[in-house]
Design a binder for this molecule. Sequence first.
Ligand SMILES: *[C@@H]1O[C@H](CO)[C@@H](O)[C@H](O)[C@H]1NC(C)=O
Ligand SMILES: *[C@@H]1O[C@H](CO)[C@@H](O)[C@H](O)[C@H]1NC(C)=O
Ligand SMILES: *[C@@H]1O[C@H](CO)[C@@H](O)[C@H](O)[C@H]1NC(C)=O
Ligand SMILES: *[C@@H]1O[C@H](CO)[C@@H](O)[C@H](O)[C@H]1NC(C)=O
Ligand SMILES: *[C@@H]1O[C@H](CO)[C@@H](O)[C@H](O)[C@H]1NC(C)=O
Length: 420
Amino acid sequence: MSSPRFNNRDRWRVYKKVIVMFFLAVVALTVVQRGSINMVVPFELQRQARMDNSVGVEPVAVMEDKTFLGLKGFWKTNKQQPHPKVLPSIHEATFTVNSSPRTWDITSSNCSANLNLSSQDWFKGLEDNFKQFLLYRHCRFFPMLFNHPDRCSGEIYLLMVIKSVATQHDRREVIRKTWGKERVVDGKRIKTLFLLGTSSSKEEKANHQKLVEFENYIYGDILQWDFLDSFFNLTLKETHFLKWFHIYCPSVRYVFKGDDDVFVSVDNIIEYLENTNPNKDMFVGDVIFKAKPIRKKENKYYIPPALYNKTLYPPYAGGGGFLMDGSLVKRLYWVAETLELYPIDDVFLGMCLEILHITPIKHEAFKTFGLVKNKTSKLNREPCFFKSMIVVHKLLPSELMRMWNLVNSDLVCTHKVEIR
Ligand SMILES: *[C@@H]1O[C@H](CO)[C@@H](O)[C@H](O)[C@H]1NC(C)=O
Ligand SMILES: *[C@@H]1O[C@H](CO)[C@@H](O)[C@H](O)[C@H]1NC(C)=O
Ligand SMILES: *[C@@H]1O[C@H](CO)[C@@H](O)[C@H](O)[C@H]1NC(C)=O
Ligand SMILES: *[C@@H]1O[C@H](CO)[C@@H](O)[C@H](O)[C@H]1NC(C)=O
Ligand SMILES: *[C@@H]1O[C@H](CO)[C@@H](O)[C@H](O)[C@H]1NC(C)=O
């Protein structure tokens, strides 16, 4: 995961910053006294102030120069009339909390392994990671280590939800400075959340959890659950978010969900949304249709037939970044409850959509499965290409910062870039 590009000095700089914040936080703590409500208020205000500051500072990008890709009207759908303004009151009215918890209601995580499986032959033949997955597959919910019940209150136009892990402080830091920056565009509020599980190793736990705690204290944008942050547990992260959203987010218009190593153009998201007919079933991303389950054991996405025996997956969007209607998220929660967990989170969501009879929409501006076949292609470093996209996958924090600055500078894009 670590890379020579993001060298030790950069890393140290980030840590140093966090340590300084830590120190400030401790000072603040002693002044205000732990646990009292007073403690929350100043930070809430401070965050609010920070958000208000950025209002108006960030102009909405002018999209004229899209033509260089022959993509004039790229975002537009065939819609003529101006669509009605968001009606949060209607939105709220349709949200019923009947028989739903109003707070995170899971407080204990002592879910034990399903030892019934151990005696079965098909189970014995599986790889260790699948065994571990299956032994704990029935453990559906875990307690929260960090929660922010008010994070979603009020009207939010776009909620940016980012899967991250405890150790990736630097990625979160850069995202907060770039595409994850909270702001208001034309009266539309954009908020950001990071989803975390817990570290596997003792060492990581000791060193990073403290940092996460203070990062969370400063920014208040981290949701953390008490489950192991492993590849197969990404589906848990999905279902936990769905439940959390269902409880705490009554009026969020749209949700963007993505990874912490992608480039995102929020301006392009907004332009896309404004030019699309409102649709309660909207789910758009880098969708693959008719994907086959991978049966090669060396592959990261290998799935043994014992776990999935059909020949094709339902259509699903690459988890690097996709966009959905807020009301759909709530329906996804109900459906997810009825399904057994599947080790690949993107596919799991595809299975949920299939049950809802919703076909996800494929859009060319979402590039979550790699850009071009030719890895050395200049397109991978071409800011004009990034400027016309919604999501582009796999950037190191330093690359993301650089690309963001380029794309948001007075970039002139005139020449035509070919996308292959
Ligand atoms: C699980 O934890 C709860 C509270 O922490 C406790 O009451 C319960 O007995 C525990 N169950 C098991 C099976 O250990
Ligand atoms: C294991 O088997 C017993 C008896 O068949 C059953 O009651 C129990 O629910 C099973 N445990 C799990 C986790 O499925
Ligand atoms: C998922 O997290 C739970 C709780 O930490 C853990 O018991 C389980 O082994 C994890 N599953 C995988 C496949 O890592
Ligand atoms: C496929 O799996 C399902 C459920 O796991 C099972 O009911 C079905 O019999 C399996 N089909 C084949 C052809 O193995
Ligand atoms: C990949 O792109 C680079 C730069 O555009 C080019 O020099 C190289 O020949 C390409 N390689 C292949 C296999 O197409």
